[in-house]
Design a binder for this molecule. Structure first.
Ligand code: NA7
Length: 548
């Protein structure tokens, strides 16, 4: 193995091209942080640009009340630092946001990451120059930075979107998008509060705000199927057991379909008796976490009849939990089956609608026409509020890429290259965009995200090491490899009920121009199959890439 670092290998051209860095990373969330650690270990000159004032990404921005994991805490943290795993105590089975942010700051402290991170630095553009074989990154402050490699660590759900409703700026009370929540706590006591949106974020927010608001009005356009989280504190005994079983926990995450601790039951819905089926559903409904979604019968998301069974079961639960039958019906989804959109996990969510201080408004029957200086006007009524909370989601998967002017070879814009749908190689590279590596790009395996992050960072780092060792300075995906991967991603979506429904997972956001129709920007195959594909590319010496 050569001791030559990439900096040295490419020194002549790097210096002559005036590169400031070997690698620039955009984003200091979980992926950017871990990538920085690995870049340093490779001996590379690295810098991270981060728009926020601190590390943490998703957990830095999403400070809204009630924000917490839906993954078991101990399956979520970084697995690479065995010492930290033993030192860090998660307090709950599904940790709240402040704790996760503390955890990520602890990682940043331990590895002294902040000295290579520039905060309040939002990237405006990134242009590739084939003569120099590198990237020029321009920040919004106008400063320019040159680098051989560009690594995007910009997240899957990081570009918040406000509703396209007139008057959003005119409201005179307080209003925030959940992903742009203030750092100081917001007191809802005695306040008239509106929440728009009932996705995973809206559900968590509503549960919390309903505890103290004088009155909470929820504007629901599409109800989502939700299931109980069953969170609780981790006892001292459990803490010891968790720490002793980390190798087993992470091994299991590597084996399951989407890196959660749960995995599909091998049985088909109709292979058991109705009594057995009901008992299994009851068991799942009473169990913590995503078991009811990703640990259900294997055909739940492929067979419409199987999906109807579980949907009917959960509808019965909602009717039992919500006292007013009319409100219960409003909360039961009618246009999609259970689990075909991202499943929000809840703690007393349905019971909120039994409270006197809570009103549910159907925003499909009576759409919001306008945000006024004093509140919200629908087609049926006018409401006054002190606070409006926008839990209206994100321009998912490709949105964060679209907002940066990324140009590859011959000045080709990434947004245009993806206009007909994302096209990638394993979600990590894009043909014609040499030396750009994406950590959570479209088409990558998602699921329990930190597990995907660690894998992608390792794969990218191995490629960089390979290039170091062979004195290579340019890596691009071969068109036929990108074509094959993109076709594979499409074929993975075939037959899945999830892809017959509008949601961020199918690339739909009615508040974003050009995102009104479904696209396949999400890899729906298994994580083990994804890793096998990527491992094979590395083991085969990267034949799918043009390396020189
Ligand atoms: P989601 O799941 O995209 O939810 C956004 C919600 O906002 C959803 O209920 C939307 O209704 C609603 N929405 C958006 N615009 C409007 C307007 N104009 N009027 C009324 N309602 C509106 O985002 P989340 O933040 O909850 O979750 C995103 C992911 O983050 C989540 O899946 C986790 O993985 C973490 P719609 O359904 O479009 O009718």
């Amino acid at each position: 193995m050569s001791n030559t670092t990439l900096a040295e290998a490419g020194q002549a051209s790097a210096t002559s091209a005036g590169f400031d860095y070997d690698a620039l990373v955009i984003g200091a969330g979980m992926s950017g942080m871990y990538q920085l650690i690995r870049l340093r270990q490779l001996g590379l000159r690295a810098r991270v640009f981060e728009a926020g004032t601190g590390v943490g990404g998703t957990w830095y921005w999403n400070r809204y009340p009630g924000a917490r994991f839906d993954s078991e805490s101990y399956s979520y943290g970084y697995s690479f630092d065995k010492e930290l795993l033993q030192e860090w105590n998660w307090s709950e089975h599904f940790a709240p946001q402040p704790e996760t942010l503390r955890y990520l700051n602890r990682v940043a402290d331990k590895y002294d990451l902040r000295r290579d991170i520039q905060f309040e630095a939002r990237v405006a553009s990134a242009w590739y120059d084939d003569t120099a074989r590198g990237w020029t990154v321009t920040l919004e402050d106008g400063s320019r930075h040159g680098s051989r490699f560009l690594i995007t660590a910009i997240g899957v759900l990081s570009t918040p979107t406000l509703p396209r409703i007139e008057g959003v700026d005119s409201f005179r009370g307080q209003s925030w998008h959940t992903a742009r929540w203030p750092k100081e706590p917001v007191d809802f006591t005695g306040k008239r509060v509106a929440v728009i949106g009932t996705g995973a974020t809206g559900v968590q927010t509503i549960q919390e705000v309903a505890k103290t608001a004088a009155h909470l009005t929820i504007f629901q356009r599409t109800p989502n199927w939700c299931a109980p989280l069953h969170n609780r504190p981790i006892t001292e005994e459990e803490q010891q057991r968790i720490k002793a079983s980390y190798p087993e926990i992470f091994r299991r995450c590597q084996e399951t379909f989407s890196c959660f601790l749960h995995t599909a039951d091998p049985r088909g819905t109709f292979e058991v008796t109705p009594e057995e089926r009901e008992a299994f559903y009851e068991e799942l409904y009473a169990s913590p976490g995503f078991g009811i979604w990703v640990g259900n019968f294997r055909d739940m998301l492929t067979d419409p009849a199987a999906n109807r069974e579980i949907s009917d079961f959960v509808a019965r639960k909602i009717r039992q939990r919500v006292k007013d039958p009319k409100v219960a019906e409003m909360l039961i989804p009618k246009n999609h089956g259970f689990g075909t959109r991202r499943l929000p996990l809840e703690t007393g969510y349905y019971e909120v609608y039994n409270q006197d201080n809570v009103t549910l408004v159907d925003s499909t029957a009576t759409p919001i026409g306008r945000i006024t200086p004093t509140g919200i006007r629908t087609s049926a009524a006018e409401y006054e509020f002190d606070i409006i909370v926008y839990a209206t989601g994100f321009d998912a998967l490709t949105g964060a890429f679209d907002r940066i002017d990324i140009r590859g070879q011959d000045g080709r814009r990434l947004k245009e290259a993806w206009a007909g749908g994302a096209r990638t190689f394993m979600g990590m590279m894009v043909e014609g965009f040499p030396n750009m590596l994406m950590l959570l790009g479209p088409h990558t395996a998602l699921g329990n995200i930190p597990r995907s992050i660690e894998y992608n960072v390792e794969w990218v780092s191995a490629l960089l090491r390979h290039m170091q060792e062979h004195g290579l300075t340019r890596a691009d995906a071969r068109p036929e490899a990108a074509q094959a991967w993109t076709e594979h991603v499409k074929s993975c979506a075939t037959g899945l009920l999830t892809f017959e429904v509008d949601s961020w997972m199918t690339g739909v956001n009615r508040n974003v121009e050009g995102k009104q129709t479904r696209t396949i920007a999400r890899y729906a195959g298994s994580a083990p199959a994804y890793r096998a594909w990527c491992d094979e590319v590395a083991a085969g010496g990267y034949r799918e890439l043009v390396l020189d």
